[in-house]
Design a protein around this ligand. Sequence first.
Ligand code: FEO
Length: 393
Amino acid sequence: MKIVDNVYYVGVNDRNKTLFENQWPLPCGVSYNSYLLVDDKVALVDTVDISCCEVFFNEIEEVLAGRKIDYLIINHMEPDHSGSIGLVRQKYPDIKIVGNAKTFSMIKGYFGIEDGLLEVKDGDSLSLGSLKLSFFLTPMVHWPETMMTYDTTHQILFSGDAFGCFGALDGGVLDSTINPDRYWDEMRRYYACIVGKYGSPVQKALSKLKDVKLEYICSTHGPVWQKETAKAVALYDRWSRYVAEPGAVVVYGSMYGNTEQMAESVARGLVQGGVKNVVVYNATKTDPSFILSDVFRYSALVVGSPTYMNELFPVVESFLQKVARRDVKNRIFASFGSASWAGVSVKRISEIIDKCGWRLVGSVDNLHAATSQKKAECELLGKQIALEIQKEG
Ligand code: FEO
């Protein structure tokens, strides 16, 4: 599929994989994007997951019609993109692999490849003929070796994972040829799960790119942004600064419904306090990736858990660890919990979340049934959180 003169999409859709990184659900699949630059010299930008290599090689052959590939540019070494490097080298033994020093130590480790390498540093360039490429090193967006390749001729940024999203490409690759609306939520879920911990490296990468004109952004997942380049960049800027919309995520675990009743009351209090964006999740039922996505979206998080074996309810604990590991900043926080004897859940929630440095509004602890009085306390907590949300505007 041609993007512009000399530049072709040769990526593949994967609608078979259930879990990305063996942990994040893919209800709408995922694409592994690769691009072929066909000029005096031919360059392939990134490869695909090895499970899709047969389709990938067919795509390449259709474009090349017998020509050889001169360069394989590796923007990112995570195996969803690097998986086919060994096979590409077997098929095109004279290919030169273009990467940075960190890329090469990973290529040696994963594939035992130590020769035929062309090392680039930040700002280096490479000419393919009419296409002039330059390289930006963007470490930790998402791994230490990540870099971006920029075609100065067409102003195309091959951005690696950055600006990518879950969701296979259903017939169209360029955002201008499809309705891209369904990808935005999946972009935030991708960001929250995969890149979300690395806000500061993303900010550094954005500042490096601030004067670079972007006609196209070709990421490794999801549509090629042409019409919506500015929106994609603005969203990344916002998420990497942990800027939130006014709203609250209420997450709970509950065995017999008492903590759940508390969650309902907190949510009611939030809405009575004027917060329109309130989402309530049963952590046992909803996959954490969807909840994390909303934690990146909204300004408040309220978490409830029963005490279980003198600890937190396991799914709630696992969810909280995921939040804490992502270093999400500047959120309003509150908690609630219930127990049948010796409740510790509110204390345990605080032990995890205290490290995030968030603003704690309050907590409600309960023993036994969620009585009317306890529910009223939870409703009041919801209203207090609403006030804090409104203060942020
Ligand atoms: Fe799509 Fe970090 O790999």
